[in-house]
Write a protein of this length. Structure first.
Length: 237
């Protein structure tokens, strides 16, 4: 059991690395109508301005989340890069279980991904994320997270597993989640305990370097906005 779990852990850490009115003829009524029309026009203009200000403010939030990911990757900071895309609860568990070094080693250098060449980032469109995509992403992120969350809850470190310093009862607690993580490519068919749920999610089209790319920008309750990177290929949105 311990050897199987150690093998699964080695596989999963490697996988984890790669894985937005009418008129009248009456003059007094006409004056009232004109006044009302003018007031309505003013209200409409104010509403349009308020909507634009709100949209601009929201867009800045999504743009900041994307820029945070780019800057972290360009700096080759693996931890910051993963924090820009994974929920904080997941990253806290990864770090608390001393799993980050193994994931960083498996991921290797970020230098070849071209993040340092990304310039002129803008937002083209922001739409509500399709409910089906949200459901699949929550499931995907839960598969990704559950093993580390269980390890964290039970004070089990990465080295404990790799060195066999874990009893059978604790090994059994992790086994199902670790096995599911190795099967993440088929996550949609798995019976998954949801540990990650989105408070909000947007499908955002970003433009940079004369090209456009869609990404889900999501928010877990109590956390900052994140940019999905593992669901793009897994779900194909």
């Amino acid at each position: 059991m311990k050897k199987i779990l150690a093998f699964l852990m080695a596989v999963t850490t490697c996988f984890c690395a790669f894985t937005a009115c009418g008129n009248t003829d009456d003059s007094s009524e006409k004056d009232k109508s004109n006044k009302s029309s003018s007031e309505d026009s003013d209200k409409s203009s104010k509403k349009d301005k308020d909507d634009k200000d709100n949209n601009d403010s929201e867009n800045e939030v999504y743009l900041a989340a994307f820029q945070k990911l780019i800057d972290a990757a360009a700096a080759e900071d693996v931890t910051a890069t993963m924090r820009a895309t994974l929920p904080d609860i997941t990253m806290d568990a990864i770090e608390n279980t001393d799993s980050m070094d193994a994931i960083s080693d498996a991921m290797g250098s970020l230098a070849g991904y071209g993040f340092d060449n990304i310039t002129s980032v803008e937002i083209v469109t922001v739409d509500e994320c399709d409910a089906d995509v949200v459901e699949k992403l929550e499931k995907l992120y839960s598969v990704y997270s559950n093993m580390f969350l269980i390890m964290d809850e039970n004070d089990i470190s990465y080295n404990d597993i790799m060195n066999g310093n874990i009893d059978e009862d604790k090994a059994m607690l992790i086994m199902d989640a670790a096995t599911q993580l190795t099967q993440i490519n088929n996550f949609d068919s798995l019976d998954v305990d949801l540990s990650v749920e989105f408070e909000e999610a947007k499908m955002v089209t970003f433009s940079y370097n004369n090209m456009e790319e869609k990404a889900v920008v999501y928010k877990v309750a109590g956390e900052d906005w994140k940019v999905d990177t593992i669901g793009i290929d897994a779900i194909g949105y």
